[in-house]
Design a protein around this ligand. Structure first.
Ligand SMILES: C[S@@+](CC[C@H](N)C(=O)[O-])C[C@H]1O[C@@H](n2cnc3c(N)ncnc32)[C@H](O)[C@@H]1O
Length: 333
């Protein structure tokens, strides 16, 4: 039985790789431009990823069966006339296309933020799907939530899968019942509690239907009042998480990529408010406890916010194995 080989583009700290490795697939190439991500990847997988993908000749990339890429979302200026995948030139998706065009791997697995679905009025996603179809792939996509795969985090991501032999069926993915943040908390460390005058709790916090979040209150710190709509003072202007407090009886909101100081605050069962620890952040992304962290705490927050929920990727990788490779690879237990 031939071993299924994959490449790990925009590999970051290897979140997608953890899911693919668990299926017994073999990584034959990785690339990320960020040196801190490279360092973390090296410590965990023993390979130093290549750098800027735009500078790498597609012919030099080893043959593979699956191209994996959690690529940054960028605007495309789609020309009226179709010029093959050339009209995505200048974007990192173009680099994915030129590798697909050269290497023709049977499967392509792309991951991106949910926002891609509506980006540029849906045109960006449509352009991506069209290019993959042009390159001969049957394509399917779905927005998945990490919370449905065993982590207590509301983290929605679009997964796009293209195959040269038939469409991927997302209905076969194994999901699990949602868990609560409470079950993923540290027990024996010193926590950073807020003083009572630093936050305001709302009366009767309720589970938000759909997301499973329980909004419990907000921090009083840094409230901007000027030019802000009344009643929304506690919402941060850039992104809404930092001043909001969520109950541990629900799930946690998405850990965003812009955050470098981990301003995530939770309401505990003894009615106190504390900062979520960095280890708890790793846990609610589904990283194994054995995963080696070498970067500064600030870098770790950024790496986490850019990464993927591991159990979700594992589930997708398992179905890629079942649907396209006969489930023959020996998965780790
Ligand atoms: C959304 S993150 C992917 C994270 C990854 N899935 C993980 O689990 O950590 C996108 C990554 O693309 C990398 N990147 C951006 N431009 C790049 C380039 N020109 N060449 C290679 N990597 C690049 C960034 O450094 C970042 O780590």
């Amino acid at each position: 039985m031939a071993i299924v080989k994959f490449i790990d583009l925009f590999c970051g700290i290897g979140g997608i790789r953890l899911g693919m490795d668990a299926q017994g697939f073999e990584c034959v190439f990785s690339s990320d431009i960020n040196t801190e991500c490279q360092r973390t990847y090296y410590e965990n997988f023993g390979e130093l990823p290549y750098g800027d993908i735009t500078q790498i000749d597609e012919k030099s990339i080893p043959d593979h069966d699956i191209l994996c890429a959690g690529f940054p979302c960028q605007p495309f200026s789609i020309s009226g006339k179709q010029k093959g995948f050339d009209d995505t030139r200048g974007t990192l998706f173009f680099d994915i296309c030129r590798i697909l065009n050269e290497k023709k791997p049977p499967v392509v697995f792309l991951e991106n933020v949910k926002h891609l679905v509506h980006h540029n009025g849906g045109k960006t996603l449509q352009a991506i799907l069209d290019k993959l179809i042009e390159l001969g792939y049957s394509v399917s996509w779905k927005v998945l939530n990490g919370a449905d795969f065993g982590v207590p985090q509301n983290r929605e991501r679009i997964i796009i899968i293209g195959s040269l032999v038939g469409k991927f069926n997302f209905d076969k993915l194994k999901t699990v019942p949602r868990s609560r943040l409470l079950e993923s908390l540290d027990t024996d460390v010193e926590f950073e509690y807020l003083n009572e005058n630093e936050y305001t709790l709302i009366e009767n916090p309720k589970q938000q239907p759909g997301s499973g979040l329980i909004f419990a209150g907000y921090r009083n710190k840094s409230i901007r009042k000027v030019g802000v709509r009344p009643g929304t003072e506690h919402l941060s202007r850039v992104h809404k998480q930092p001043n909001r407090i969520y109950s541990v009886l629900g799930i946690h909101p998405t850990l965003p990529s812009q955050e470098s100081s981990g301003r995530y605050f939770i309401l505990t069962t003894d009615n106190r408010v504390r900062k979520l620890t960095i280890n708890e952040c790793w846990r609610i992304m589904g990283f194994p406890e054995t995963y080696v962290k070498v970067s500064s705490i600030g870098e770790q927050y950024k790496q986490l916010g850019n990464s993927v929920c591991i159990p979700m990727i594992k589930s997708v990788a398992e179905e890629i194995n079942n649907q396209f490779f006969g489930g023959e690879q020996i998965a780790e237990s």
